[in-house]
Write a protein that binds this ligand. Structure first.
Ligand code: SF4
Ligand code: SF4
Length: 303
């Protein structure tokens, strides 16, 4: 299969190895733009196919291939994929690390810490803490410490979901990480937080700065526009999508990495779903150099 050159304007590459997950968070980012998202419906490609597809890509080391999900380690060939991605590509992993001892030890035994390197200021293994599912997260800290002691570049992150319980757990986790000398990074919540207040009145607050593209998220009506991504998004079947909304709904794939003639086209594409954008695509965020002000997609000609 021919080589694929990552366009210069691209900042991220994400391989969603699987959407399956061993947890079931109520505000899972996979469901952020639609409840019509089903984790188990994907016909996942094998490790050998992933390696063949990913190794076609030529990209600078500081734009690593992020292995994400779901929980990416649930892919049956997770370790094979890591160990066979060509050394010219950086790798990072986003995981809930809700792994048992056997799995942790197996990872330490088979994967070299040097191989997981995203060449960026962020930890190369980013562990997500989910208080609602993990309680105080003692096992998470234990697993993270173990990988850190084994030489992996690793840190814990937690979404600042604005429920009082989540924010209190997050504070306690920050102190625990400080004690264990583990990097800890709170991340802003994007989406709608709602419920009833102390006087039993209903409320709903939209979190996340999507000011660059007003009414792109959860809008009552859809508009047409032209849209261009800076993120190579690959679903568990090897299909490439122009944004997270399309990826999670399996709509409008632009090609498949396993197709030998596939090339990335760095172009604006027509879209009639402005208003249904996934918050991650239009959120104003920091790029891989930790500079604020970028969004994953660029949108123009909204009408
Ligand atoms: S661990 Fe991540 S992917 Fe899994 S349910 Fe929670 S938020 Fe979703
Ligand atoms: S406008 Fe929104 S839904 Fe359409 S392609 Fe861009 S990010 Fe996706």
């Amino acid at each position: 299969m021919g080589k694929i050159t990552l366009p210069k304007s691209y900042n991220y590459m994400s391989a969603f190895l699987t959407f399956r997950c061993n947890l079931n968070c109520s505000f899972c980012v996979n469901k952020a733009s639609s409840n019509n998202f089903y984790r188990d419906k994907f016909n996942e490609i094998s490790g050998e196919q992933w390696v063949r597809a990913i190794n076609r890509i030529e990209a600078p080391k500081e734009i690593p291939m992020s292995l994400v999900g779901g929980e990416p380690s649930l892919h049956k060939d997770f370790i094979y994929i890591i160990n066979n991605i060509k050394p010219e590509l950086g790798i990072d992993i986003v995981t809930n690390l809700w792994w048992n001892k056997v799995k942790i030890n197996n990872f330490i035994e088979k994967v070299s810490p040097e191989r997981i390197n995203n060449h960026s200021p962020f930890p190369s293994i980013r562990v997500s803490y989910h208080p609602e599912q993990m309680g105080e997260g003692e096992k998470l800290v234990e697993n993270t410490s173990k990988l850190k002691k084994a030489g992996f570049d690793i840190g814990i992150e937690c979404i600042m979901y604005p429920s009082p319980a989540q924010l209190e757990s997050l504070e306690r986790m920050a102190l625990r990480c400080k004690k264990e000398e583990i990097s800890f990074r709170p991340k802003s919540f994007i989406g709608v937080y709602g419920g009833k207040d102390n006087l039993d009145r209903e409320f709903a607050i939209t979190h996340g700065n999507s000011s660059r593209y007003p009414e792109a998220v959860s809008s009552e009506k859809n508009l047409e526009c032209m849209c261009k991504t800076s993120n190579l998004l690959i679903n568990p079947c090897g299909e490439v999508y122009k944004c997270q909304r399309d990826l999670l709904l399996s709509e409008n794939p632009v090609g498949n990495l396993l197709n030998s003639s596939f090339q990335i086209e760095d172009i604006f594409r027509h879209c009639n779903k402005y208003g249904e954008c996934h918050p991650c695509d239009v959120k104003v965020k920091t790029n891989n150099k930790e500079e604020l002000g970028t969004t994953l997609v660029e949108i123009r000609d909204v009408k």
